[in-house]
Design a protein. Structure first.
Length: 338
């Protein structure tokens, strides 16, 4: 069961969070924070990103249906398809729930029972600086991010972490407390099994996991406080410029306090690098690319299988059934561009 925090700990976390946000606090003994990252211009990074997959173990001539996410151009990044090598004619569509772009193609296995594909993108990614004070009145789809997902209940077991504790009424301050609660409770680890599914209740019980587990718990807690929160997934590049492979996906979350813009958090990276704890509440480095948004996703054209827990790796169906992920070899690589 999730461990409860003491009242004293929660009050300290609130005080630290208020100082980190530049908000007034009555606690004078809180440690000084480093100058805000907003003092310097936002950084950008331009790179080529190669997304490749090879299906193996098929009967020669067997047809497979293949879906892959296409990274969007939005306020955080600009993306252009530079080249593609596909086993057939593709269609790119937009699924209606979250607006994710989906590339769909059908291919036939060669004599070795394999189907390969590669898409290379040119990406210009901007450092995301969440404006903690900016007021917005434009209507958006934030209300849809108050509802539960299959593995992300509204509240759930994670409410044990804040039971009988009064959170700040200001939603920005409350979100900082939740950010610190998750960071304190969780430990970044990929030991054993169960991690990586983004199961908020499992993460609460286990106390460890990867980025999906961290941010699913934060989203559960935020939505329970009527704060819209959403899940984004893509890839994180090494900070050092150059070229190389990217081992796997990375995800983060954004929340929307009343009357303010969406604000990002990357709690798992903060957990791995405590010196960046304050930065990752409200900011994201430029060393990443977003591929899709949301959970419980139906593709276009619709898959025969269940909605996808999240969508970042290729999804494949053969004879109307999901194809085993272990039979799909994936390779992701980047190269910084001048």
């Amino acid at each position: 069961m999730c461990t409860r925090f003491s009242v004293r700990y929660l009050m300290v976390m609130i005080a630290i969070g208020l100082v980190g946000l530049g908000l007034p606090t009555a606690v004078s003994s809180a440690p000084e924070e480093k100058p805000s990252a907003k003092a310097s211009p936002a950084k950008t990074r331009t790179f080529a990103f190669s997304y490749s997959a090879t299906l193996t173990g098929l009967e020669p001539g067997k047809t497979a249906r293949i879906w892959i996410p296409v990274p969007p151009s939005n306020e955080d990044q600009e993306v252009k398809i530079e080249s593609k090598d596909l086993p057939g004619t593709e269609q790119i569509s937009t699924e209606p729930k979250y607006g994710n772009q989906v590339l769909y193609v059908e291919g036939k296995a060669d004599n070795q029972g394999m189907i390969s594909l590669t898409v290379t993108y040119r990406v210009q990614r901007r450092e995301v600086r969440g404006n903690l004070q900016r007021q917005v009145t434009i209507a958006d789809m934030s209300e849809s991010f108050l509802k539960p997902d299959t593995r992300v209940p509204v509240g759930g077991k994670s409410m044990e972490l804040i039971r009988d504790k009064e959170l700040p009424k200001d939603e920005l301050e409350a979100a900082r407390v939740l950010y610190d609660v998750v960071n304190r409770h969780m430990r970044y680890s990929k030991e054993g099994t169960g991690w990586g599914r983004g199961d908020s209740d499992w993460a609460c019980d286990s106390g460890y996991g990867n980025c999906t587990d961290f941010h699913s718990m934060f989203i559960s807690l935020a939505r329970a406080q009527k704060i819209p929160a959403k899940f984004e997934i893509g890839f994180l590049l090494p900070e050092k410029r150059g070229s190389g492979e990217v081992a796997g996906y990375h995800c983060w979350a954004k929340f929307k306090p009343k009357g303010k813009d969406w604000i990002p958090v990357d709690i798992s990276e903060a957990n791995k690098n405590p010196k960046m704890r304050d930065y990752y509440f409200g900011n994201l480095t430029e060393d990443r690319v977003t591929f899709s948004l949301g959970r419980d996703i139906n593709l276009v054209p619709k898959q025969d299988g269940e909605p996808l827990n999240f969508f970042v790796y290729p999804y494949v169906e053969v004879d109307g059934k999901p194809y085993a992920a272990e039979k799909i070899r994936r390779k992701f690589a980047y190269k910084d561009l001048n």
